[in-house]
Design a protein around this ligand. Structure first.
Ligand code: NAD
Length: 510
């Protein structure tokens, strides 16, 4: 297949890369299969990493860091710019690979590759803007300022649902800051990671750079734990489920390391009585079924004002009837498959739970017979109090909840352990401002007349509560990848102490 030839995948078969032309040759480790979720077929087998590979990788990354930190930041940005250029040239093929291995519709996969490019270009600009502040010292003839240094080796652990973009959010910013990056992608999408690593290798080689970007693929949780626990990993940036993130947080805290967490979400859209359907309807449908409900920002709950309820729900059902489930390589498919058989099982169980708790399935509710892991996008009428509504089931089920008024909707929206993305559709200025005020949404992302899903990279991305509190991508998220140093320079002849403290040595001690 063309894609495989392009990235030399059949010949390569290794999931561990120490830098350009340095793929692991360890024969002892187990193979994993990359499965095409559209057909359920294995498309490649990949050698995973061993503990000794991991050790070698951490040492390699450390050595790379020693040199890379001395390269001027704008020069580091130039290397990232070249990676962006290569990714742009291969945008179509990379998107096809995402669709093949992860199953998201090709339109969305193209968007994901664009996000990689955007993130790289943002990082290039940022490489000239790693600003520190200068303060006025309270002491005469003193200069006081802050500067930022890289941390060291950054470990980036990513989820299956954005097999390229999440790495890019982290890796490009970490690299322009002067860190070396070890990537441990989800073992469900190894080929996407290998393809990106090949591009990095080519550019690193061309610029005679050290191994700034390296790769470690493993499905072994014990090895992953070891990676997280290793004191030489200065920052662990983890994107994945809240249950694994909680463990990662504990392991890193035990060694007083740094952790950046991007975890689960249970995002709601509030449809106010004044909402404009032309905006709200497509936003809710895209938010709920995009990536087959497998986005951290997927709309999982829609909270509809009772005055609007019947009308809006009938519109939703009509819209769902027009959705096309099918081969994600076709440009007109709205929904591709779920990632694997266990995701289909989670879907089935969630449907059962909704029914047990007295909910009504208004549309969908069935897994499709094979091949592949397809399910129907589902609309379920439920009460806000149902236990299932509090969970992040990573599938396309939208819970519809009727609310008496706007304020009740805000309160329900905040009644979940997650705090990632939130949205309000309204024409009411007071409601819009309330939603964005301290009394309103408690999420990291709060939108008015924009859905929950599909964030721009220019702003910081992340969420509160059990979403983990991390911020990545734009704004000042770069600071998480650097250490702050406060510097005081005395250019005078005396040694005044701060706060006016007096400490005079007797003459004979001088
Ligand atoms: P997951 O938690 O199963 O896996 C995430 C990563 O952690 C994978 O690389 C996996 O191999 C690794 N992992 C698994 N067990 C581990 C362990 N014991 N120690 C260390 N690493 C371990 O998540 P997933 O199913 O791949 O992705 C879906 C989840 O990710 C959802 O909850 C989704 O909301 C979340 N997510 C969050 C964001 C965000 O930015 N907030 C973005 C994408 C996905």
């Amino acid at each position: 297949m063309f894609i495989f030839k392009k990235w030399n995948i059949a010949a390569l078969n290794s999931g561990v890369c120490f830098g350009p032309d340095q793929w692991s040759t360890d024969e002892s480790t187990p193979l994993i299969s990359s499965i095409n979720p559209t057909t359920g077929e294995s498309i490649a087998r990949i050698k995973t990493g061993s503990l000794s590979d991991l050790e070698k990788l951490i040492q390699t990354a450390h050595t790379a860091f020693q040199l890379w930190r001395t390269v001027p930041a704008p020069k580091r940005g130039e290397v990232v710019r070249q990676i962006a250029e290569k990714v742009r040239q291969q945008k179509e093929e990379l998107a096809q690979l995402i669709t093949l291995e992860m199953g998201k519709p090709v339109q969305e996969a193209l968007g994901e590759v664009q996000e990689v490019i955007d993130m790289a270009e943002f990082a290039v600009g940022q490489s000239r803007m790693l600003y520190g502040k200068t303060m006025h010292s309270e002491r005469p003839a003193h200069r006081l300022y802050e500067q930022w240094h890289p941390l060291g080796v950054v470990g980036v652990i990513t989820a299956f649902n954005f097999p390229m973009a999440v790495w890019a959010w982290n890796a490009f910013i970490a690299a322009i800051c002067g860190n070396a990056v070890i990537w441990k992608p989800s073992s469900k999408v190894p080929l996407c990671a290998i393809a990106i690593q090949q591009i990095c290798n080519e550019i690193l080689h061309k610029n005679a750079c050290p191994s700034v970007f390296t790769l470690f693929i493993s499905a072994d949780k014990k090895i992953a734990e070891q990676f997280v626990r290793d004191e030489r990993i200065s920052l662990v940036s983890f994107t994945g489920s809240t249950s694994v993130g909680e463990k990662v947080n504990t392991w890193v805290a035990e060694r007083l390391g740094r952790c950046l967490l991007e975890l689960g979400g249970n995002n709601a859209v509030i449809v106010d009585d004044s909402a404009d359907d032309h905006l709200a309807l497509p936003a809710v449908v895209f938010g709920a079924v995009g990536t087959s409900g497998q986005r951290c920002t997927t709309t999982r709950r829609v909270l509809v004002h009772e005055k609007k309820y019947d009308h809006f729900v009938s519109k939703l059902i009509q819209a769902y009837q027009s959705l096309k489930i099918g081969d994600p390589r076709q440009f007109d498919s709205h929904l591709g498959p779920l990632i694997d058989v266990s995701a289909v099982e989670a879907y089935r169980q969630a449907i059962e739970e909704i029914k047990k708790e007295g909910g009504n399935i208004l549309y969908g509710g069935h897994a499709l017979s094979g091949p592949g892991y397809f399910v129907e996008p589902t609309l379920a009428r439920v009460e806000a109090s149902c236990a299932i509504v509090q969970k992040e089931t990573f599938v396309p089920i939208l819970s519809i909840i009727k609310c008496q008024d706007f304020y009740e909707a805000v309160s329900i929206q905040n009644q979940t352990m997650y705090g990632l993305s939130s949205a309000l559709f309204t024409q009411n200025l007071q409601h819009a401002e309330y939603f964005l005020s301290v009394l309103g949404s408690d999420c990291g992302i709060a939108n008015i007349n924009v859905g929950t899903s599909g964030a721009e990279i220019g702003a910081a991305f992340g969420g509160e509560k059990k979403t983990g509190g991390g911020r990545e991508a734009g704004s000042d998220a770069w600071k998480a990848y650097m250490r702050r140093q406060t510097c005081t320079i005395n250019w005078g002849q005396a040694l005044p102490l701060s706060q006016g403290v007096k400490f005079d040595l007797h003459d004979h001690h001088r």
